[in-house]
Design a protein around this ligand. Structure first.
Ligand code: DGT
Ligand code: CA
Length: 574
């Protein structure tokens, strides 16, 4: 089986080197997917090749099959060795610096010997890179800022990246045997927007085998610690993975303990000690006799302190223990409660698919409605629509409607201009089914100006949903300065909704803000802001934020049936 892992490692490296050379994303992805297939393949790739079954494997086409055969025959990949010889080993990390493309990085390497982030930083400070590939003084400053962000950003990983890695590693562990149960714990299970590491729990009759698999997986680049039942490793994407093998009778206790948060656990343990119990990752124990009284399931653990099971997203010691004790836990919204998506783009503005594809994809998901909300005329960099184009789009939507079961809502993501007026006149907005409004410019306004601007927009009779209300981009742009409580109060007063934008680097509103808005009675839209069709899947991240915000289906705008949604958005038409 060792060939599987060796080949997977080589394919991952190939993908990175192609990326460094700015090659087509399709080729890069092809190698990444091929590597994932090899990492999770339960049969020796030699045996598969011998029976001519390579191209029947998922993600292995003719090209990759030929590469696999080359390796099996010769023990090497000629193309990979050529690519390796062209670039220094640390070159790939340079490309993690925002704004530094492969071409500039290559010029810096060739002309100034920049082969690491440290050297890049030094030459930026001494200004020795000015003049290379059009770099100016201002570019130097930007690179230094990007390096600082890169350092800060490396500490935490965005939720969807971590989820994808956890899924892939989990699948690989299962494929190589010994795993009975496998669960994700920690902040990832609580759906925090970014995580420090991935915490995995496993039950197994062969702990050593599971540990060995993890520590030798091709996507794992470093073993940080290793023991008979636990291991800590670093994944090639930078984050650490902690794995523990636990006894089935203690699985629930371990899951409860390692899901955290620490603050939640402290609270639960206090309740236990008042009842004469001690809770640890090994179970719940009677302090007097030392006997284990619970541990196989989380329900059992919570039952010993007379609490119902508490959803992981709530376990932040933000009142959930009290709510559980008083029978007031919310019945949290799930993805299945959503009847439509209320923020999506098409190639009429900066989306990457025709209108029809969006509608098909949304209908295939079983939605009752989907909005078309392209940008408005002032946002020229995103291909904002003129009034004529918007009207033509509405006509196109109405013409398309008879071919679909799903209702297509004509909308816009209308810019909120600097003075708080909207980018389209009222008589145009009135023609649409649902109007979104957003700030896309003049982010540096004072708190008073920005608050006044958004509050004024909320007063427009035809706008319905304030989208990505703080404008933040996680890890790269701070939210603009705005009094959110004043915004939520205005939304409540005018009967408007606010959005949880599910785009992974936005997640805007954030959990704590969304909880405040919902508590005031402001309806919450959970939308994807889809620009690529696969982003419709991001809805899960938005639902995660909503659940962390204690939100129930009744508080969610797009959990309403179509008729209710339309009656709310366009009462004049009823
Ligand atoms: P993060 O920072 O995104 O990894 O957040 P967590 O919550 O996943 O934190 P982590 O990975 O350090 O630990 C996972 C869980 O294990 C944590 O939520 C609660 C539990 N835990 C870890 N260390 C301690 C500790 O020293 N005391 C207690 N009571 N619990 C701990
Ligand atoms: Ca963690």
């Amino acid at each position: 089986m060792s060939s599987n892992f060796e080949l997977a490692r080589l394919f991952y490296e190939m993908a990175s080197l192609l990326e460094a050379r700015d090659e087509s994303v399709f080729r890069i992805r092809a190698y990444q997917r091929g590597a994932q297939t090899l990492e999770t393949l339960g049969e020796d790739v030699r045996a598969v090749a011998a029976r001519g079954g390579l191209t029947a494997l998922p993600a292995i086409g003719k090209d990759l099959a030929a590469k696999i055969q080359e390796y099996l025959d010769t023990g090497r990949l000629e193309q990979l060795e050529r690519l390796r010889a062209e670039l220094p080993p640390a070159f790939l990390t340079l490309l993690e610096i925002r704004g530094l493309g492969p071409r500039t990085a290559k010029a810096l390497y060739e002309q100034r010997g920049v082969d690491s982030v440290e050297r890049l930083e030094a030459l930026c400070r001494s200004k020795e890179i000015i003049g290379v590939a059009g770099i100016r003084e201002k570019t130097c400053e930007n690179i230094l800022k990007a390096i600082a962000q890169w350092r800060a950003g490396r500490k935490r990983t965005l939720l969807p990246t971590a989820r994808a890695i956890a899924r892939q590693v989990g699948e690989a562990l299962r494929a190589h045997g010994g795993v009975e149960r496998l669960e994700i714990a920690g902040s990832l299970r609580r759906m925090k927007e970014s995580v420090k590491d991935i915490d995995l729990l496993v039950t197994s009759t062969e702990p050593a085998r599971v540990i060995r698999t993890l520590t030798t997986l091709p996507s794992i680049v470093e073993v940080l610690a290793q023991g008979p039942t636990k291991a800590s490793v670093r994944h090639q994407d930078g984050l650490a993975i902690d794995l523990r093998v636990v006894e089935p009778e203690a699985f629930g206790a371990a899951l409860q303990y390692f899901t955290g948060s620490k603050e939640h656990n402290v609270k639960v343990r206090e309740l236990a000690s008042r009842r004469g119990f001690r809770i640890s990752e090994y179970g719940v124990f009677d302090e007097a006799t030392g006997a284990r009284v619970a541990g196989a399931t989380e329900e059992e653990v919570y039952a010993t302190v007379e609490l119902p099971w508490i959803p992981p997203e709530l376990r932040e010691n933000q009142g959930e223990v009290e709510a559980a004790r008083e029978g007031r836990l919310p019945a949290l919204v799930t993805a299945a409660d959503l009847r439509g998506d209320l923020h999506a783009h098409t190639d009429w503005s900066d989306g990457h698919h025709p209108l029809e594809r969006l509608v098909e994809a949304a209908q295939a998901r079983g939605y009752e409605y989907v909005i078309v909300s392209d940008h408005s005329r002032s946002l020229t960099i995103a291909g904002g629509l003129s009034i004529d184009e918007l009207r033509a789009q509405v006509a196109a939507i109405r013409a398309l409607q008879p071919r679909f079961r799903i209702r297509i809502l004509a909308g816009t993501e209308c810019d909120i201009l600097a003075d708080g007026t909207l980018d389209f006149p009222d008589e145009v907005l009135q023609e649409l089914d649902v109007v979104l409004a957003a700030v896309h410019s003049r982010f540096k306004q004072s708190r008073e100006e920005m608050t006044g601007r958004i509050v004024r927009a909320l007063g427009n009779p035809w706008m319905n949903v304030l989208v990505h209300p703080t404008g933040r981009l996680i890890g790269s742009r701070e939210p603009y300065d705005v009094d959110l409580d004043a915004v939520f109060e205005a939304a409540r007063r005018h009967g408007k909704a606010v959005e949880i934008n599910a785009s992974p680097d936005r997640l805007d509103l954030a959990d704590t803000h969304a909880r405040r808005a919902a508590a005031l009675g402001v309806p919450i839209a959970i939308s994807t802001d889809t620009h690529y069709l696969r982003e419709l899947d991001h809805v899960e991240l938005g639902v995660g934020v909503a659940r962390r915000a204690w939100i129930e289906p009744a508080q969610v705008l797009n959990a309403r049936p179509l008729a209710d949604l339309l009656a709310w958005a366009r009462p004049d038409r009823a």
